[in-house]
Design a protein. Structure first.
Length: 335
């Protein structure tokens, strides 16, 4: 049986520096302040005014213009990187060279090769590094593993998940800019791909079809991952429509319906073939505090990676996404 999600307030205190001052960084800061014992001690941005506004909004005492000063700030124990995917590798390496533990927004890097560089540096430096795939640490995901590990739905035959959001086309937006590693897959599709990996592991075969935006990044992709003789995951992602963002896991003895948004704190229903039906109810609250707490616990324990989301796990997901991008014809400058 999988462990249960622990209360984030029970995690040891840790001092965070936030690299980047955009929307996801604001969500992370609010979650840490409200639901953990950690401190937000510094924020760094290339824009002085943005850094100061962010610091004021979240009660952060220190601002830095640029990122080197942030990662070298002696107050900071761990750095949360919340910038476009194209910047993740270099910024993670910058923090690691400064001896800091690192939490990097998903997708962790543009591709698996870049992630291997980051993990090699972390191994040499002896620091903790983790991808910020918050879904893995949420209460309903732990509960899903308990249900499946107990055999409630038998052998998994099919997993399905979608993540689509409707964005107005803007070639200057990071979502549509190849130079910033834009596209649906790295920003949204990483959720269903990682969800499938969490329950089914590494696929034996990958199939994908997609359509590109005028800038050459993926606007929409449909994916089939195959495992063994009969298990499949059917996944989809798009920048062009708000999809239900639900997930289902179907097995030989029943199925599970995970309410939208499956990747955020939510509820699910188990329907067994013998007629038994029951629900796991989870309030729909923000959940980034769970990943922040995981970092604090593992750092306090002297670990360099999380057993729930190991470096190999992140590499396996990235290799699958590298294959998907290859199949639909998307590459980024410099790859």
């Amino acid at each position: 049986m999988a462990d249960r999600a622990e209360d984030p307030r029970s995690a040891p205190p840790i001092r965070w520096g936030i690299l980047g001052a955009g929307n996801i960084a604001a969500t992370f800061a609010a979650a840490v302040n409200a639901h953990t014992r950690a401190q937000l001690v510094a924020v760094g941005s290339r824009n002085r005014d943005r850094a100061q506004r962010f610091a004021t909004a979240h009660g952060i005492p220190t601002t830095h213009v640029g990122y080197r000063e942030l990662v070298e700030d002696p107050q900071v124990d761990a750095v949360y990187i919340a910038t476009p995917h194209s910047e993740h590798k270099e910024q993670a390496l910058l923090a690691i060279r400064a001896g800091k533990h690192v939490l990097v927004e998903k997708a962790f890097t543009r591709n698996a090769g870049e992630a291997e560089e980051v993990f090699a540096a972390a191994r040499t430096a002896g620091v903790f590094v983790m991808e910020a795939m918050w879904t893995r640490f949420l209460p309903h995901v732990y509960a899903l593993h308990q249900v499946i590990d107990a055999g409630e739905i038998g052998e998994i035959i099919n997993l399905s998940a979608d993540h689509g959001q409707a964005f107005t086309y803007d070639p200057k937006s990071r979502l549509f800019d190849p130079a910033l590693a834009g596209g649906a897959l790295l920003d949204l599709g990483v959720y269903p791909v990682s969800f499938a990996h969490d329950f089914l592991g590494v696929p034996d075969a990958v199939q994908a079809v997609g359509q590109l935006t005028p800038t050459g990044v993926d606007g929409q992709i449909s994916i089939v991952l195959s495992y063994g003789d009969r298990a499949q995951a059917t996944l989809s992602t798009t920048l062009w429509a708000k999809t239900p963002t639900i997930a289902t896991i179907s097995g030989t003895e029943g199925n599970i319906w995970v309410k939208g948004s499956f990747y955020a704190p939510t509820s699910f229903r188990v329907q067994r073939l013998d007629g038994r039906v029951w629900d796991f109810d989870q309030p729909g609250t923000k959940g980034l505090q769970y990943e922040a707490a995981e970092v604090a616990r593992q750092v306090a324990a002297g670990q360099t990676q999380s057993p729930r989301l190991t470096w190999d796990n992140t590499l396996e997901v990235l290799r699958t996404m590298d294959t998907i991008r290859s199949l639909v014809g998307v590459s980024y400058p410099g790859e």
